[in-house]
Design a protein around this ligand. Structure first.
Ligand code: PRP
Ligand code: MN
Ligand code: MG
Length: 182
């Protein structure tokens, strides 16, 4: 069973729902008539991207990038690998990068620099979770759902070895899961 391996829940489904609504309303106001390009960073951002974009009451476009730096474990590899690029040209566009989590900051620094290099008009970052204690490079999100302590989190897109993304809340795994395999 999936749920029995969770030690504690840090953010409930209801809290994620309410926060996504708030962020969606804020972005709706700030991006009214700007036709922002909302970029989901797969795979982790999928649940939050869906939750957030349905709360936006203005025209947006969607595109997707696949990048990976964790390669299954609990530690960042330090190397961000691009697996799938955008289909859309970003030159002159107002881009909103949507992430599940900012931890070391390496993924978002890489992405932000890449999009600015491609001459995006603006690049802003919205993340469901910020773990400021984990930061090793200098970058911050413009919009943060929840600021959480330095624990290994799973759920709502966040995975351990590709599992747990489908949990409807954010939680912490029991230690024994890291020793055995799921
Ligand atoms: C995770 C997460 C963020 C990134 C954050 O992705 O979804 O994209 O790491 O970590 P950082 O701030 O230390 O760079 P991951 O590489 O695990 O790929 P995934 O989204 O497919 O799980
Ligand atoms: Mn990711
Ligand atoms: Mg991952």
């Amino acid at each position: 069973m999936l749920e029995t391996t969770i030690k504690k829940v840090l953010v409930t489904e209801e809290e994620i729902c309410v926060k996504s609504q708030e962020l969606g309303q804020l972005l709706t106001m700030e991006y009214a008539d700007k036709n922002p390009l909302m970029v989901a960073i797969l795979k982790g951002s999928i649940p939050f991207f869906a939750e957030l974009t349905k709360r936006m009451g203005t025209h947006i476009e969607m595109d997707f990038m696949v990048v990976s730096s964790y390669h299954g474990g609990t530690q960042s590899s330090g190397e961000v690998k691009m697996i799938k690029d955008l289909d859309t040209a970003v030159e002159g566009r107002n881009v909103i990068i949507v992430e599940d989590i900012i931890d070391t900051g390496r993924t978002l620094l890489y992405l932000k620099e890449l999009l600015l290099h491609r001459k995006a008009k603006s690049v802003k970052i919205v993340t469901l979770v910020d773990k400021p204690e984990g930061r090793v490079v200098e970058i911050d999100a413009d919009y943060v759902g929840f600021t959480l302590p330095n624990e290994f989190l799973v759920g709502f897109g966040l995975d351990y070895d590709e599992h747990y993304r489908n949990l409807p809340y954010i939680g912490v795994l029991k230690e024994e899961v890291y020793q055995t395999n799921v």
